[in-house]
Ligand binder design. Sequence first.
Ligand code: AMP
Ligand code: GLY
Length: 430
Amino acid sequence: MNILLVGSGGREHALAWKILQSPLCNQLYVAPGNAGISQIAECVDIAVDQIESLVDFAKTQKIDFVIVGPEIPLVLGLADRLRALGIVTFGPSKEAAQLEGSKGFTKDLCRKYNIPTAAYERFTDIAAAHKYIDQMGAPIVIKADGLAAGKGVVVAMTVDEAKAAVHDMLSGNLFGNSGASVVIEEFLDGEEVSYFALCDGKNLLPLTSAQDHKRVGDNDTGPNTGGMGAYSPARLNDDALNQRILKEILEPTVTAMITEGTPFQGVLYAGLMVKDGAPKLIEYNARFGDPECQCLMLRWRSDLVDVLYQCAQGNLKDAQVDWSPDPSLCVVMAAKGYPGDYQKGTFIRGLDRADACENVRIFHAGTAQSGDEIISHGGRVLGVCATGTNVTEARSAAYGAVDLIDWPEGFCRRDIAWRAVESVSGSSSK
Ligand code: AMP
Ligand code: GLY
């Protein structure tokens, strides 16, 4: 097959690496890709939101299969456009991508189909929202309805903070149209995990779990980011929890989407809060997580192209994924200043020696090529990933490689997978 992969992050570098291991792949194009991806596949200079150009490219290059990485093209309807031309596409329709594209859509679906989630109301009017916040008190969570690059959620510890967030969003200052409507919801206590499944419209293929680290600083301090590191599987996800996630959340969602006339095809990525073994849905994403995908691809032993193609064709019923039992871990290296302002174009050296470490693999995110050198070109720049026979081993390998990278303008968290590592050392000292 001639395959087009859409995206430019660490997620897409990991997907490209895995796609190229499939005997089904003849030629792989990635739009727009990054410096790491260009070392293994042909990058095409089309941005992920240039829907017309992506469709034209797929048509003229006789692409057999398109795999969509990020949410933006999905919400803009890329998959619908391609399917209308008969091009097999992995990823949900514009309507089904609302599971990620509209928080209000997902909350209303949960309410209608009894899917466990935080209690909530939706508002477009500031005064009504303020009244609700007064009634509910703090802590309380304010969410812009639409996509906001991971920045549309304010976990307010005081009523004043909550009211200010509502004011910023609904007065149109903060997120434009994405913030023209808000969800205000109950604060959930517990531990967050991510769970991934594929859905072909009707059949669900459970994948595995991961735990992301959203705050920028060690010990979960500082502002939220797109994710500073992850490991898989997540320490809480035993069979009992996975079964509850499937029965109580994912399966009812698949049925609900069919009943609503918007069947979902692609990755169902559930962000969950778990307390006392009970999962509640925080949010859905309609794609693989970044950096969770890097961890998943390191554990995925089956033919990725085959499974995703079966998914896109509605044939997941008998599909299976074989997982490595070894856990994987990803440390994100970001440009200093991220998630605020940061410098681009700084030199990154030592990547080859870091990548050569045993059980280590480096996936690029915001990188570019400058002559023979790799330079930074975004906020999250590298995913330094490793596997091991346990999380502690994977973590030592990943940080060993991080320490070989010469990039003074970069930084990373030093405590990825701390919950898992602490629970292992806690149990061994008992
Ligand atoms: P989201 O973009 O919906 O994943 O929200 C970003 C982050 O805000 C989540 O990863 C959680 O850490 C936090 N969050 C979102 N909703 C809630 C909630 N209802 N209770 C507590 N924390 C939340
Ligand atoms: N790592 C969080 C996300 O991909 O949304």
